[in-house]
Write a protein that binds this ligand. Structure first.
Ligand SMILES: NC(=O)c1ccc[n+]([C@@H]2O[C@H](COP(=O)([O-])OP(=O)(O)OC[C@H]3O[C@@H](n4cnc5c(N)ncnc54)[C@H](OP(=O)(O)O)[C@@H]3O)[C@@H](O)[C@H]2O)c1
Length: 331
């Protein structure tokens, strides 16, 4: 299996097993890495929900995939699931729609993210990197868990949750996760909230939250003996449209322009984590881990990302705040 550790050798055609009969969700799949992830899973037989906030973008993405591969249209493999992760109500409603429609859910890929952006709060007062990259996915995943757990009891089951993080998780601006005030920290001095350094730190913090969420979710599932594998991943430096057009430090843009891999290559680590037979065969080795291209275990590697107390604090604070937000009608 050494090929999985070599940069060129992961081949979705060869390495993704038959997924016929399986149900999959990929968040943020109208573009970039998520789009290619959804495409590969559908091409291998899965029914794929593209969980996206924009109807126009989601339907255009589905039309493009069905045009390239008409068999996907014939078999209704691709379905838009309306999901705006900045709203906890939307995250819950989207998950409930899946619970109402499906009797199984085999793979959940939490791929969507807000990138390196300006400081902004959601309608309900949560910093948007935290709201979209962590809180929305937390509520979405938690609401889907009963169905994932039921699916895991099936004889043919191999249920996976993949959380797309980033190697930016190693450079968070804060590891204080005890309150909403902590989470809303601009991570820059007053007046400098939109400095590049603060934007990068906020993104990195939300990506640390992704890694901690994966390890804590795995720990909790293990306690319940639920046979679900949770893995966080870094997709590589991927030349997606967003990365190439966002205002980033010039050296990052130059690096991604020169050396960035394609969105399909960017999808490969998620695809490995979500479907690889190697993960099923060596589940104990992979569960709760952080993978880099294309399937190499590389973490969690920093003190913060390995800290079970921090993972617990993050979970408990997130649960408290999102429960409060879901209880408020105003969102
Ligand atoms: N590209 C890289 O080099 C790189 C490196 C490390 C990690 N990553 C991670 O890989 C993942 C995919 O990155 P990408 O480069 O493919 O990003 P992308 O092309 O910008 O796609 C991001 C997706 O997230 C969606 N999204 C944003 N806000 C949302 C919200 N409120 N509700 C629902 N969906 C929302 C976007 O929808 P809209 O189109 O509607 O905005 C889009 O579909 C992200 O988690 C990112 O952090 C990427």
């Amino acid at each position: 299996m050494g090929f999985l550790f070599s940069k060129q050798a992961y081949d979705p055609n060869r390495d993704i097993p038959d997924l016929i009969g399986k149900v999959v969700i990929v968040t943020g799949s109208n573009t970039g890495i998520g789009f290619r992830t959804a495409e590969q899973l559908a091409l291998h037989g899965a029914k794929v929900y593209l969980a996206c906030r924009s109807k126009a973008k989601a339907t255009a993405a589905i039309a493009e995939l069905e045009k390239t591969s008409p068999s996907l249209k014939d078999q209704n493999r691709l379905v838009w699931l309306p999901l705006d992760l900045s709203s906890m109500h939307s995250a819950k409603k989207a998950a409930e729609e899946v619970l109402a429609k499906e009797d199984r859910l085999d793979i959940l890929i939490n791929n969507a993210a807000r990138g390196v952006e300006k400081y902004e709060l959601s309608k309900n007062g949560v910093e948007l990197n935290v709201a979209i990259n962590h809180f929305g996915h937390f509520v979405f995943t938690q609401t889907l868990l009963p169905l994932l757990k039921e699916t895991a009891k099936r004889r043919d089951a191999d249920v996976r949750i993949v959380i797309v993080s980033s190697n930016s998780y190693t450079t968070p601006g804060t590891t204080k996760f005890g309150s909403l005030e902590d989470m809303n920290d601009p991570q820059g001095t007053p007046g400098n909230e939109n400095a590049m350094s603060a934007r990068l730190r906020r993104y990195g913090t939300s990506k640390l939250m992704n890694v901690l969420f994966a390890t804590e979710l795995q720990r909790r599932l293990d306690t319940e003996n639920a046979a679900i594998t949770v893995i966080s991943v870094h997709p590589g430096s991927v030349a997606t449209e967003t990365v190439l057009t966002t205002d980033l430090p010039w050296y990052i843009t130059l690096f991604v322009t020169l050396f960035g891999v394609t969105p399909l290559q960017g999808a490969m680590t998620s695809l490995f984590a979500a479907t690889s037979a190697q993960v099923a065969a060596e589940r104990e080795k992979y569960k709760g881990k952080y993978l880099v291209p294309y399937g190499k275990i590389a973490g969690p590697a920093t003190a913060a990302s390995k800290d079970p107390a921090l993972a617990k604090t993050l979970w408990e604070t997130t649960e408290r705040i999102t429960t409060g937000l879901l209880g408020s009608a105003s969102e």
